[in-house]
Design a protein around this ligand. Structure first.
Ligand code: TRP
Length: 446
């Protein structure tokens, strides 16, 4: 079984070295692993919670998209998309909102922190708190549960949110599952081994401390910033302690085992800080040179980036859409037709007088199978022309077709290719009736 890895990056800033070493690089590596299916996305709806500056959100989305691709993410293999391109996510969020206890969300750290500050300052506890901030964990749960993620790599500050997603998933499964587990229960994944990089001043590299090295800054700026890294005042020739040096911590995150060993012994042997900085600059520059060039190339072609993101959205929605249909049906949001079908036809015998009807729409040349009552049993995909559609419908009647059941829907497979699919039925009885009718219809045409 494959493991689904999913993580999102809030699009409010431009990636720095710490984001890269701590999150982006390990995620790209994980996406290459056997048996891993990765879903990485730009959490741009989440960005709106923290940032009301449209220009900044837009710049950040573009830069983060380009960074992941420049860092080597294979967008064909991974599913890489913008949260806001998947309308099913906010729809799912609403279904989840309706089963989430307010008390659970009262305990979320981000919200609680705001309340604490307000209380301390003698303000109304909820001053300045938006519903966006309050519902943040539910949106995040929708991100995760929409794709049934198993592992969610996040920073420590996000563990609570992943746990809330589990709680919400269990609650939904319990209320609506009727024995079926709609949602897999996600687990936060904290990479202990992955470096948390210190910034120029030795505190954690973070925009809020203004101590970052932008990932793809110019070579000159990279050198200038590296030269500003704080060290102790040991003189050239004096032995230095690598394990108490921020410079060495950054060096390690980019060095091979041999390079790391060499630098360790050089420092202990009294290498001057100036020379160590030069070595760090060269190491960083060598590892960033290629992705930096790729990054600037991508940033210069926003149209291509747009296409890549839209392709990712398409892949993601191919999963999200049918799953959301199933969830909607579970909570009672079903087509009226499906309900009528259950009531009025469930007990009738399926008749043989079904018929194939061809038509054309924006997807191309298509056909559908109608039962005796005129209800659609399945709908084909779009074909490039009428002839191809005709051949496919003929093949359905003459060749071995495989009917694949997917939840409360099914699809028709011909030589391994899906050529038609049904809607999501209201319940098992409606599905079985339709399957019986389809089997009879296809046999009857022989
Ligand atoms: N809240 C996360 C952060 O700030 C970003 C995020 C949004 C996320 N949705 C997610 C992470 C889903 C993991 C899974 O870091």
């Amino acid at each position: 079984m494959t493991t689904r890895i999913l993580t999102g990056i809030t699009t409010t800033g431009i990636p720095h070295l710490g984001n890269y070493a701590g999150a982006i690089r390990p995620a790209i590596e994980a996406s290459r692993g056997q048996g891993a299916e990765s879903f990485y996305f730009l959490a741009d709806y989440h960005a709106l919670i923290k940032c009301g500056d449209p220009l900044r959100v837009q710049e950040s989305r573009l830069a983060i998209a380009a960074t992941w691709l420049a860092g080597g993410l294979d967008a064909e293999r991974a599913t890489f998309y913008r949260q806001s391109d998947i309308p099913e996510i906010p729809q799912l969020m609403w279904l989840l909102t309706c089963v989430s206890a307010k008390g659970l969300l009262n305990r979320a750290h981000a919200y609680k922190a705001s309340v604490d500050v307000n209380t301390e300052e003698g303000n109304d506890p909820d001053a300045g708190v938006t519903m966006g901030l309050y519902s943040y964990p539910v949106l995040m749960a929708a991100d995760i549960l929409m794709f049934n993620a198993n592992k969610v790599p996040v920073g420590r500050d996000q563990i609570q949110h992943v746990e809330m997603a589990r709680d919400i998933a269990q609650r939904f499964n319990h209320l609506y599952g009727a024995g079926k587990e709609f949602f897999a229960l996600p687990e936060a994944q904290i990479e202990e081994a992955v470096a948390t990089l210190p910034g120029l001043d030795g505190r954690k590299m973070s925009k809020s401390y203004d101590n970052t090295i932008p990932l793809f800054c110019s070579e000159k700026q990279l050198r200038d910033l590296v030269m500003r890294i704080v060290t102790d005042s040991k003189l050239p020739g004096e032995a230095k302690d690598p394990d108490n040096s921020h410079l060495f911590t950054i060096y390690k995150a980019f060095a091979s085992a041999e390079q790391e060993q060499q630098m360790r012994s050089d420092l202990m042997a009294g290498l001057a800080w100036g020379e160590a900085k030069q070595a760090l600059f060269e190491l960083l520059n060598a590892s960033l040179e290629q992705p930096r060039a790729k990054y600037h190339e991508l940033m210069a072609r926003p149209d291509d980036l747009e296409d890549i993101m839209l392709m990712g959205a398409k892949k993601a929605r191919a999963i999200a859409l049918p799953f959301l249909e199933e969830l909607r049906a579970a909570v009672g949001l079903r087509s009226f037709n499906a309900q009528v079908q259950v009531k009025s036809t469930a007990k009738k015998k399926a008749k043989k007088s079904s018929r194939l009807v061809s038509f054309r729409d924006e997807l191309g040349f298509r056909f559908r199978l109608l039962n005796a009552e005129g209800e659609t049993l399945f709908l084909s995909k779009g074909f490039a022309d009428g002839k191809a559609a005709g051949m496919a419908s003929k093949a359905l009647q003459e060749q071995e077709v495989a009917i694949e059941q997917k939840g409360l829907a099914f699809s028709l497979m011909l030589n391994g290719e899906q050529i038609a699919e049904s809607e999501v039925f209201a319940d098992q009885a409606a599905l079985e009736l339709a399957l019986e009718q389809v089997t009879q219809a296809l046999a009857a045409e022989d």
